[in-house]
Design a protein around this ligand. Sequence first.
Ligand SMILES: [Fe+2]
Ligand SMILES: [Fe+2]
Length: 279
Amino acid sequence: MEIDRRLFIASLGGTTAVSLLSDEARADALEEYMSARLNEAVAAQTPAAQSTPPAEQFPTAAELDAQIETRPSRRGVGNLFTARSGNVRRLDKMPSNARLVDFFTMRFNNTSNHCLQSATKALRSGMTEEVVLACLLHDVVQEIIKVDHGWWGAQLFEPYISEKTAFAIRYHQALRFYADPANGYEYPDLYRRIFGRDYRPEPYIEATYQMVRKHKWYGEARMVTVNDLYAFEPGVVVTIEPFLDIIGRHFKQPKEGLGYDNSPVAHMWRTIERPDAPL
Ligand SMILES: [Fe+2]
Ligand SMILES: [Fe+2]
């Protein structure tokens, strides 16, 4: 056991008081001091001591609804279009023939860390490459819109990825509201915080869940929610590098660059590239 010499001496009344003690009395005092510290350390490990932080009080759905007219923007607005505080910042010009990786490094600034962390978790737990890719892409569309982001996200990527990966992205949005403990998914506190503790999903979400859970690709969509991270992990550094091979194998990068390939979703990529365009 480590002894803080200064605190020990102070506990005995300072250096002068200690100098007045016999060697035997000093040894007794040291033993007493150590046993008191040990008791404190043990007490700190009891369940009662560890459960001291009060449980978080989650708002109700009605309380969150009442906040609508207290905000300058709606909760569903994409990250690129509004600053969390202060003003938005100038974006760097993107290269011509922009690739997915360029969007990760230059435009997915608010979502890339979360998605990279989720994909890293999926990679480490041995998921298929299609699931890893779905995790990597699952929330980045929130840079332009948050409402129904599963559907928007799947649409954004559909021309460039497999049907199965798009399915997983589209339906993770509905599945996240439904626990599946057998597969390692519990309803997260994050949703009690952002939707309200008594929130019930809309009927279209419930109907979607009922459809997806019977689908042959349920597992792929479920694994996006299992590998989704619901707590910000400070200090975790993740990069796109470990995913370059998977992107190369499973993402059909258009040679004209994303936004300029005349695909049905090219305008969505241009919107991410140029969110400052007034019209
Ligand atoms: Fe999501
Ligand atoms: Fe997510």
